[in-house]
Design a protein around this ligand. Structure first.
Ligand SMILES: [Fe+2]
Length: 174
C-alpha cells in the first residue's frame, strides 16, 4: 500500500532537540549546553562538600562539620532545578556518574588526608569558580530572553556568594 503523506511525516526522525518552550532551537541548544556542565559541576561540588563534611577534623570540628553540611544541602537543592530547566525547554541533561565526570569542570579531591584549612579554602575557590560559571550561563539566558532560567541562576549566584562569604570569614579566623 502506498504511504500517505501523513505516514511519511510521522516517520520523519525526531530532531535531537525539540523546542518545547517558545525559545529558538539555537537558544535551546546553547542554554542546555551551558546547563549540562553546570549540573555536573554542582554534583561534583556537592560530593566534595559532603566528603569534607565527613572527613574534616580538628579544632572547630562541630562548626565546620555543620557548616559544610548546610552548604551541601543548598548545593544539592540546585541539581533538580537545573536538570528540570533543561527538560522544560525541550532538551536533555546528565544521565549518570560517568556523564558527570565527563562534563565537570570543578576538580574532585580524592586525597586521603586534607587539613581543615585546605578543605575550606578549596571549597571557597570552587564556589567562586561556580559563580563565574553561573554568570556565564546567565549571559546566555539573557541572549535568548530565557527569563525563567536567568531568574533561577540569579538566586544560585546569591546563594553561592553567601557560601563564599561564610567560608572566607571562617578562614580569616581559623
Ligand atoms: Fe552528616
Amino acid at each position: 500500500m502506498p504511504k500517505t503523506a501523513a505516514t511519511q511525516v510521522k516517520e520523519q526522525p525526531k530532531p535531537a532537540v525539540e523546542a518545547m518552550a517558545d525559545l529558538s532551537l539555537e537558544g535551546v541548544a546553547e542554554i542546555s549546553a551551558a546547563l549540562r556542565p553546570l549540573l555536573a559541576d554542582v554534583f561534583a561540588l556537592y560530593l566534595k562538600t559532603k566528603n569534607f563534611h565527613w572527613h574534616i577534623a580538628g579544632r572547630h570540628f562541630r562548626d565546620y562539620h555543620l557548616l559544610l553540611d548546610e552548604h551541601a544541602e543548598q548545593i544539592f537543592a540546585m541539581t533538580d532545578d537545573i536538570a528540570e530547566r533543561a527538560r522544560k525547554i525541550g532538551a536533555t541533561t546528565i544521565h549518570s556518574i560517568s556523564d558527570i565526570s565527563k562534563h565537570q569542570r570543578l576538580k574532585d579531591n580524592n586525597e586521603e588526608s586534607v587539613s581543615a584549612e585546605k578543605m575550606l579554602s578549596e571549597v571557597r575557590a570552587d564556589n567562586r569558580e561556580l559563580t563565574r560559571f553561573l554568570r556565564a550561563t546567565h549571559e546566555i539566558c539573557e541572549k535568548y530572553n530565557d527569563v525563567a532560567t536567568a531568574s533561577l541562576v540569579e538566586t544560585w549566584i546569591d546563594q553561592t556568594e553567601r557560601r563564599t562569604w561564610f567560608l572566607s570569614e571562617v578562614l580569616q579566623n581559623h
